[in-house]
Design a protein around this ligand. Structure first.
Ligand code: AOF
Ligand code: ZN
Length: 367
């Protein structure tokens, strides 16, 4: 549902946009908590800004109020999330806002965390006006994995990322893999990785690419994402990069059975074997061990399985201006056939040019 953004003034929207941009500076640092930003405005002037910089550290409102100091009295505060209402690692922001004597709070979305929620009620009881909804769509998008988890989901939020050619392929006829996209797109992939709790590939991709699945060239996340290979028969080579570094970066294979020499050889090198009979069971198991955001990086088989079962929450396509031509491996060749007169349309959330590549972020039909 679209929020009635028009109900807000241009300046209000700008202040919330600023709060959202501030929130984004916590990218990769706040999980399993959300990213939050806050802007304190007094007489039309921004007098304090803040964001939740790292899990366990000060909340956005506390930082922003600290910057504003005495100027907080009578001010309006723009928050990307409802101010919290209970002691956790940090004191309740609602209390800080009341003590600071603010006039009004504008929050993009409610806090779904039952332990911390209802800050708005507390603020209103203290005579502070609270409005919701400004910037809600962007706030929900920024913290989608957190909201998905807090909403009671039993599997991780899943982002499927694929780099494709103009003809929608991920590999040429010889099936050799190489980089299709340029430097800027690659950097964006590493940023995506930094925002995920785990990064997964299918065994086919692991065998052909020998990927490292680590975060490089961007700010390191607070916790290195878990590396996951969907590998029913435990075919991941002992000499692969993933296995060679498994003692340094946690690495899991999802297998059909824990028995047999191949699994034993891998676990001996520090790889964890997660036994799951189905894709759904695997996702549930990953969720159970704290993976709220799973980034899947291919290949075509795993992508097809996820799409066939409606398990993709966001699709991120990096399209490079190249052709892979006849006999190429289509990125979506494993997706079930569809009828042309009833094609559900994906919703475009963002399109961005990255040098001469094009990134498109999509939400599934109906979501
Ligand atoms: C806010 N402002 O900046 C953030 C909030 O353990 P704690 O005390 O850090 O609390 C974490 C919870 O607080 C988190 O799950 C979410 O509900 C809320 N996050 N709330 O008012 C903030 N980061
Ligand atoms: Zn708080």
């Amino acid at each position: 549902m679209k929020e009635p953004e028009a109900a807000w003034s241009v300046r209000e929207r700008a202040w919330m946009r600023r709060a959202l941009a501030l929130a984004g500076r916590g990218w990769g640092q706040t999980a399993p908590n959300p990213m939050v930003g806050a802007v304190v405005v007094r007489d039309g002037v921004v007098v304090g800004t803040g964001f939740h910089a790292r899990f366990g550290e000060a909340h956005a409102e506390a930082v922003a109020l600290g910057v504003a100091g005495e100027l907080s009295r009578g001010a309006d505060v723009y928050c990307t999330l409802e101010p919290c209402n209970a002691h956790g690692k940090q004191p309740p922001c609602a209390e800080l806002l009341i003590a600071a004597g603010v006039h009004r709070v504008v929050a993009a979305i409610p806090d779904p965390n039952p332990v911390k929620a209802h800050g708005a009620e507390r603020l209103r009881a203290a005579g502070i006006a609270v409005d919701f909804g400004l910037g809600a769509e962007a706030a929900r998008e920024l913290n989608a994995p957190f909201l998905h988890w807090a909403g009671g989901a039993s599997r991780p939020w899943i982002t499927l990322k694929l780099a494709v050619s103009l003809d929608g392929a991920i590999a040429g006829a010889d099936r050799a893999r190489g980089w299709l996209t340029g430097e800027a797109a690659r950097k964006q992939v590493h940023r995506l990785r930094a925002g995920a709790d785990a990064i997964a590939v299918g065994i086919g991709t692991a065998l052909v690419d020998d990927p490292a699945l680590t975060v490089r060239g961007v700010r390191k996340p607070r916790v290195a994402p878990l590396r996951v290979v969907f590998d029913r028969q435990a075919r991941l080579p002992i000499a692969s990069r993933l296995v060679r570094t498994a003692r340094r970066v946690p690495t899991v294979i999802v297998t059909a059975t824990a028995d047999g020499a191949p699994v034993a050889a891998l676990t001996d090198k520090g790889v964890e074997a997660m036994v799951a009979p189905t894709l759904q069971a695997a996702l549930q198991a990953l969720h159970g061990r704290g993976v709220h955001h799973l980034l899947v990086e291919g290949g075509a088989g795993l992508a097809g399985a996820l799409l066939a079962h409606n398990l993709v929450d966001r699709l991120v396509i990096f399209e490079a201006p190249v052709f892979l031509g006849a006999g190429a491996l289509g990125a979506f060749s494993a997706v079930p056939a569809a009828a042309v007169d009833a094609l559900p349309r994906w919703r475009v959330i963002e399109r961005r040019e990255l040098d001469d590549d094009l990134m498109t972020v999509l939400a599934p039909p109906g979501a």
